[in-house]
Design a protein around this ligand. Structure first.
Ligand code: LHQ
Length: 263
């Protein structure tokens, strides 16, 4: 797929998507929002894509909304930021969090504003040691959006989440790992290989089961135990009918490695 603001590459059963406005630290303009939405929707539907890797070109991962698009001239009425979220960012968060296959995010540098929260909507966040996460919103009179007020307290607890959101101080990758905000902090020079190895491994996994693990955990956030047990039973019923379950059990009994097809 030809994109102006993204680099999209096919790999071994997975797809690499890199934000590509490095001179602006990959801040998100209207075109990038549109292109990212279309690339994610396409990956959702494509059964040949069994994992996704999201990263950034250059020294930053993503500096959030392109503020160059947000200046308000004197006398001009302010834009409807609610509409911008409903139409622009919220669909991206839903696509990443709901994607029925694993999404790895390689945070190669600063992740600020919506850029930080898009990263945190992914399943595995690996960050370079030099990277940092900045809930930059309050510094410009906004609240964390793109799911920030939902995901942050769940990942790091309400006390740390409030401080990160209200003060907007950077959280470095090592601290993010220690707080449980991300999967791992890795050395800068190892980030690409580590995240690509993970995507390759995930692309060989039983994709439908992984998608249902995401679904169960996401929907389980607000469920009672009884409702969640019922949800597990329903999803497990479907997994039990899959070719990958059949293959997984056969491989175990035959003492060999399973060959999952993602079905
Ligand atoms: C940028 C940006 C940027 C444009 C760096 N835009 N150019 C959703 C819906 C609706 C409305 C509003 O918002 C949202 C969600 C949001 O994301 S709101 C939050 C928006 N983001 C921010 O407030 C972060 C602004 N950026 C920063 O605070 C810093 O640039 C960080 C901490 C990310 C990085 O700092 P440095 O490493 O010191 O880099 P820098 O500041 O020198 O930036 C490098 C270049 O990138 C620079 O351009 P220049 O032409 O001067 O070299 C910046 O202007 C540009 N840039 N962020 N968001």
């Amino acid at each position: 797929m030809d994109c102006e603001t993204l680099v999209v590459e096919e790999r071994d059963g997975w797809r690499r998507v890199a934000l590509n406005r490095p001179e602006k630290l990959n801040s998100v303009n209207a075109l990038m929002r549109e292109e990212l939405r279309s690339v994610l929707a396409q990956a959702w539907d494509d059964s040949a894509v069994r994992a996704l890797l999201l990263t950034g070109e250059g020294r930053g991962f993503c500096a959030g909304q392109d503020l160059g698009e947000r200046g308000i001239a004197p006398g001009e009425s302010p834009p409807d930021l609610g509409a911008s979220l409903r139409e622009g960012y919220n669909p991206l968060v839903c696509l990443l969090a709901g994607m029925p296959k694993p999404v790895v995010c390689a945070v190669n540098g600063v992740a600020a504003g919506a850029g930080a929260n898009l990263a945190l909507a992914c399943d595995f966040v690996l960050a370079a040691r030099s990277a940092k996460f900045v809930q930059a919103f309050a510094k410009i009179g906004l609240i964390p959006d793109s799911g920030g007020t939902w995901i942050l307290p769940r990942l790091i607890g309400p006390a740390r989440a409030r401080a990160a959101a209200m003060l907007g101080d950077p959280v470095d990758a090592q601290t993010a790992e220690r707080w449980g905000m991300i999967h791992a902090c890795v050395e800068d020079e190892d980030l690409a290989a580590r995240s690509e190895d993970l995507a390759t491994r995930l692309a060989k996994a039983p994709t439908a089961a992984l998608g249902r693990i995401k679904q169960a955990m996401l929907e389980g956030e607000t469920a009672s135990l009884n409702d969640q047990l019922e949800r597990e039973a329903d999803l497990q019923r479907r997994c039990g009918k899959s070719a990958d379950y059949r293959e997984g059990v056969a491989a175990f009994l035959e003492k060999r490695r399973p060959k999952f097809r993602g079905e």
